[in-house]
Write a protein that binds this ligand. Structure first.
Ligand SMILES: [Zn+2]
Length: 193
């Protein structure tokens, strides 16, 4: 019981806070592609904030776990302590070369750079209209791929229902279901040979 409580607790901000209707009026419903806009960049930054907020919040069950082991129900406290301790360790991995969080400042900056192309000379076509699909950012008009960045969960109410949605979010931690196309350089070399 303690393990489950401490498991869900730090994940709740990212799972619940942004799913309400009022939060998503500027976005098409999940799982449709999202047009690039300042709202989208802001959403990435919000998701990033909730992700790191989870780390701070997880110190609460860690603390209560310690109290409970000392003065209360020992198995419950140990469960709290183990689960939140594991969560904190896994999030801190980022700083020693572990996997990157699903939402980063770099991601928000890349979105902004692509949005700026609409006004620049390097655009793909006259009526450029970039949209974020699961596997990357594409222009809806000429179907050009503008960026390889796969789309993580963006806090919209999920089309697979609350229950399945929560299970998927917990399983993926918000990470995209596609992996970034890092092997592109290899295939380019292969083609030139
Ligand atoms: Zn285009």
């Amino acid at each position: 019981m303690g393990f489950i409580v401490a498991f869900l607790f730090p994940r709740l901000p990212g799972i619940l806070v942004t799913r309400g209707k009022g939060f998503n009026v500027n976005f098409p419903p999940h799982p449709e592609p999202i047009p690039l806009s300042p709202h989208l960049t802001q959403r990435v930054l919000h998701m990033r904030m909730f992700y790191w907020l989870g780390l701070i919040v997880s110190f609460i069950p860690l603390f209560f776990g310690l109290l409970s082991v000392k003065w209360g129900n020992v198995p419950f406290g140990f469960g709290l302590w183990l689960s939140s301790g594991w969560f904190i360790l896994s999030r801190l991995q980022t700083f020693i070369g572990g996997p990157k969080p699903p939402w980063t400042l770099d991601m928000a900056q890349r979105l902004q750079i692509i949005s700026n192309q609409v006004k620049s000379d390097s655009k793909c076509c006259e009526s450029i209209s970039p949209e974020w699909l699961l596997s990357g950012i594409y222009c809806t008009v000429c179907k050009d791929k503008l960026d390889d960045m796969p789309r993580p969960d963006l806090g919209r109410k999920r089309s697979d229902g609350f229950f399945m949605g929560v299970i998927r979010l917990i399983a993926s931690d918000g990470n995209p279901f596609f992996t970034s196309d890092d092997k592109k350089i290899d295939t380019d070399n292969y083609e030139s040979e």
